[in-house]
Design a protein around this ligand. Structure first.
Ligand code: NAP
Length: 251
């Protein structure tokens, strides 16, 4: 087990990729805190899965872009499960809006969740880990759109490409203090976020033709890579962003 007795906090983990990561983490021996913003029942179902694997679990509803809520979440999870070893910044939102129509509010909300959220959760996590004299690992969840243009994403794509810079810069400051920082860029993964694409026979075959593996990925296929990066098996990997996209960006 790669993550035996580690404590992990995963944001946006009530469904989709976050749930896939939580499942793999539990199977690899981690205790898991499941964050979400507004789906306590779904978060509880993920916690039940984690417990079914013999691991401890807790849930905490918080908006990752709000400092008071994030501080309260880390305080609560740290008290309940013990010191947190691993943070996965997975929570994110995607909207598709043409550049000329994008409003201030749409830009601000998306960038707050997708970029400020990982920055804020990481800072609160790192302050605690450093103060406790412990070590840790962070994995940000970016997107294939860090390397690929899709229409209507002039807010989403920059928020995800920025995670590469966040990863490199945080790694430079935090790795010497014992916290490795890496980033995973998922390709087309079968979740609620992409359900609309899966139902578009006019669009889907064209996208799959661009992907070397010729199929969408499953959330757990992101989870296994995140588990590797969070584990001691990746002890010499930090500051890196890796595309887990079935061969889309490179084709
Ligand atoms: P999803 O199915 O829409 O799930 C997103 C999760 O994040 C939900 O559980 C949601 O909570 C939670 N969330 C949203 N805003 C939040 C906030 N402010 N604070 C806390 N939690 C919040 O999305 P997904 O497909 O699993 O995507 C997960 C991550 O992977 C995102 O960062 C996304 O950008 C990235 N990604 C996805 C794909 C893909 O193909 N699916 C590709 C590339 C990158 P609620 O359930 O309460 O709404």
């Amino acid at each position: 087990m790669k993550l035996l007795d580690k404590v992990a906090l995963i944001t946006g983990a009530a469904r989709g990729i976050g749930r896939g990561i939580a499942e793999v983490f539990a199977e690899e021996g981690a205790d898991v805190a499941i964050n979400d913003i507004a789906a306590p029942e779904k978060a509880k179902a993920v916690a039940d899965y984690v417990r079914s694997k013999g691991r401890r679990a807790t849930t905490f509803m918080a908006d990752v872009s709000k400092r008071d809520q994030v501080e309260a979440m880390f305080e609560s999870v740290w008290n309940e499960l013990g010191p947190i070893d691993i943070l996965v910044n997975n929570a994110g939102i995607e909207t598709i809006v043409p550049f000329l129509e994008l409003t201030d509010e749409q830009w601000t909300r998306l960038v707050d969740v997708n970029l400020r959220g990982p920055w804020l959760c990481s800072q609160v996590f790192c302050r605690r880990v450093v103060a406790a004299g412990r070590k840790g690992a962070i994995v940000h969840i970016g997107s294939v759109q860090a390397g690929k243009v899709l229409p209507g994403r002039t807010h989403y794509a920059p928020s995800k490409l920025a995670l590469e810079a966040l990863t490199r810069n945080m790694s430079a400051e935090m790795t010497p203090l014992g916290i490795r920082v890496n980033c995973v860029h998922p390709g087309l993964i079968d979740t609620d976020m992409t359900a609309w694409v899966m139902k578009r026979p006019d669009l889907l075959p064209g996208i799959l033709a661009q992907i070397s593996l010729g199929r969408p990925g499953e959330p757990r296929e992101i989870g296994t890579v995140v588990a590797f990066l969070a584990s001691e098996e990746a002890s010499y990997v930090t500051g890196q962003s890796i595309f887990v996209d079935g061969g889309w960006v490179g084709k």
